[in-house]
Design a protein around this ligand. Structure first.
Ligand SMILES: Nc1nc2c(ncn2[C@@H]2O[C@H](COP(=O)(O)OP(=O)(O)OP(=O)(O)O)[C@@H](O)[C@H]2O)c(=O)[nH]1
Ligand SMILES: O=C([O-])CC(=O)C(=O)O
Ligand SMILES: [Mn+2]
Length: 608
């Protein structure tokens, strides 16, 4: 039955060659294509996707060289319940991850992958996360039967022949990413625009540095360089090699005097990383440039400072809420085209639209289900987790350093989440250990970026809950140990922020977006010792007069309420933190329990 497989390309990397052949034997694709990354290849893949109905080409005068993809309505976000860390020992996955014995998992998955690529082309994508000229380049190869994944990976990572050539020269080790949408085609069977499978598995084998992803074609489930490699697998590499792989944006800030600082910021999915990375400061003379919007790999340099690189090459940003009023830089970025839009609405003239792009809703659209939509419609035109996928070089505010393999020295690290109450606009940690405590208890309301209920407060340590590839207790230990081994004067200062606090009427107290630059300025002034702060049980807080509020359109009451520390709200928070820490039992680092006890004591001391 099986015809001769057509193979385009190949490799002299013997071990890679053997792996690819083994996968092809098992998954039985019609053809194998080694992805080169060339323009012609890209044009061909896009044409295939248009023909298959996965892509609709947008109007050239609106979004040049750009496409709309509408996914299966069941395949719209990361699936945390189906995501596994299959370390050899269960204890090494820890209490925050789903675990299964690696052998058992492979026995479960092998039958699913058997013949899973029938009737499809298997693509082999060589890629590198970070720079090809890094001291220790981090290679990967993704095998996938999804041309949508190939088109997206081409934007999101440095891929193709140059990478493969370097891997061959050095016989490089690499992360093995295997992905199938799990929708084999029988002879003559028609394909659907978005093939996927109801059964989904997003599986990581950390010791083997391998990822097996089955059944989903969507974003973080399928573009394996991103969350699966650059966070889950890389966090394990980082633990072993003494660095950090974090869910953080990287931003360059220049003051009116020309003083430059780089800051990093961890916020859970759909909580403001991309927006902050593209911030347009509202204070005159300040400028901000983007280095990274989602992932930061950080290691100490020769000079004792912590250096960050953005391992990605593109942006996979949340579409809804992105508009000229909130994020003009993102709008200027996508306007240039060369982008893929997934699950947004289409305008009659071949452009895209989503909630929050414009104040006025267009009179008529095709919604993300492909149905006609009008402003009276009861459903959203775009899915809340719809995304734009765009080359990073198109960002008008890109800092040239984004492409420097050495990275940038970090002055401050922010942690933030979505909290309607309790968490003030900004708090400075006393030191690295206190900052690690704050980060380890970070909390946020859930969003549409993962399937499940939205708006529920959960602990999301370092904004890494779904992405720590090993035992979270050990991860906290790693954070503490890196701080202990460093020169305290050179360590980044740590801050907790919350742009999302609300009043009784559910209105945001703080205007956010560009105005967040005022908070950034306070942080830098703290670092440079130029501004005061008041002690509080939870950390150092600005007084209203410490913030630069020149020309800020905000009432004194709202500003005070945004900045306020409320002892009662924090009393209510303590049992939640305790419950969270209890999850880890004896494995929780003692330093974090001590920090909690100290916080309780300080809170108790407040009471009269
Ligand atoms: N109120 C308010 N909303 C914000 C602010 N910053 C971002 N948002 C909204 O939060 C949502 C998510 O923002 P993003 O910047 O895309 O979040 P992200 O952290 O990059 O999300 P992922 O890409 O999923 O990791 C968007 O709808 C934004 O409009 C802010 O300062 N204030
Ligand atoms: O991974 C994804 O699908 C999208 C993303 O960036 C996130 O959820 O944080
Ligand atoms: Mn983002």
């Amino acid at each position: 039955m099986q015809q001769q497989m057509e193979i385009t390309g190949g490799t002299t990397h013997a071990e890679l060659d053997a792996w690819v052949k083994g996968v092809a034997d098992h998954t039985q694709p019609e053809a194998v294509v080694w992805v080169t990354g060339s323009q012609e290849e890209s044009a061909q893949i896009n044409a295939t996707l248009v023909e298959a109905g996965t892509f609709t080409r947008l109007a050239e005068d609106k979004k040049p060289d750009s496409y709309l993809a509408l996914s299966d309505p069941q395949d719209v976000a990361r699936v945390e319940g189906r995501t596994f860390i299959c370390s050899r020992r269960e204890q090494d996955a820890g209490p925050t991850n789903n675990w299964m014995d690696p052998q058992e998992m492979k026995d479960t998955l092998r039958p699913l992958f058997e013949g899973s690529m029938r009737g499809r082309t298997m693509f082999v994508i060589p890629f590198v996360m970070g720079h090809l000229d890094a001291e220790d380049p981090k290679f990967g190869v993704e095998i996938t039967d999804s041309p949508y994944v190939v088109a997206s990976m081409r934007i999101m990572a440095r891929i193709g022949s140059d990478v493969l050539a370097r891997m061959e020269e050095t016989d490089a080790a690499y992360v093995k990413g295997l992905h199938s949408v799990g929708a084999p085609l029988a002879d003559g069977e028609d394909d659907v625009p978005w093939p996927c499978n109801e059964t989904k598995y997003i599986v990581h084998f950390p010791e083997e540095r391998a990822i097996w992803s089955y059944g989903s074609g969507y974003g973080g489930n399928a573009l394996l360089g991103k969350k699966c490699y650059a966070l889950r697998i890389a966090s394990v590499m980082a633990r072993d090699e003494g660095w950090l792989a974090e869910h953080m944006l990287i931003l360059k800030l220049t003051s009116p005097d020309g003083e430059v600082h780089y800051v990093a910021g961890a916020f859970p999915s759909a909580c403001g990383k991309t927006n902050l990375a593209m911030i347009q400061p509202t204070m005159p003379g300040w400028s901000a440039e983007l280095v990274g919007d989602d992932i930061s790999w950080m290691r100490f340099g020769q000079d004792g400072r912590l250096y960050a690189v953005n391992p990605e090459f593109g942006l996979f940003g949340v579409a809804p809420g992105t508009g000229r009023g909130t994020n003009p830089v993102a709008m200027d970025t996508i306007e240039q085209g060369h982008s893929i839009f997934t699950n947004v609405a289409r305008t009659p003239d071949g452009d895209v639209w989503w909630e929050g792009m414009t104040k006025e809703e267009p009179a008529a659209l095709t919604d993300w289900h492909g149905n006609p939509w009008t402003p009276g419609s009861q459903v959203k035109a775009a899915h809340p987790n719809s995304r734009f996928c765009t080359p990073i070089r198109q960002v008008p505010t890109i800092a040239p350093e984004y492409d420097d393999p050495r990275g940038v020295p970090i002055s401050a690290i922010m942690f933030g989440g979505r909290r309607k109450t309790t968490v003030p606009l900004v708090t400075q940690a006393r030191d690295w250990q206190h900052g690690t405590f704050i980060a380890s208890t970070l909390s946020s309301e859930t969003t549409a970026a993962a399937t499940g209920e939205v708006g529920v407060v959960r602990r999301d340590p370092m904004a890494m809950l779904p992405f720590i590839g090993y035992n979270a207790s050990h991860y906290f230990e790693h954070w503490l140990a890196l701080g202990e081994g460093a020169d305290p004067d050179k360590l980044p200062k740590i801050f907790l922020v919350n742009w999302f606090r609300r009043d009784e009427d559910d209105r945001f107290l703080w205007p956010g977006f560009g105005e967040n630059s005022r908070v950034l300025k306070w942080m830098l002034d703290r670092i440079e010792g130029r501004v005061g702060a008041q002690e509080s049980p939870i950390g150092l807080l600005p007084r209203p007069e410490d913030l630069d509020t020149e020309a800020l359109d905000l009432s004194e009451e709202d500003l005070a309420a945004a900045l306020a520390f409320d002892p009662q709200e924090w009393e209510a928070e303590i049992p939640l933190i305790q419950e969270w820490f209890d999850k880890f039992g004896d494995e929780l680092p003692a330093a974090l329990r001590e920090e909690l006890a100290a916080l309780q004591e300080r809170l108790a001391g407040q009471e009269v």
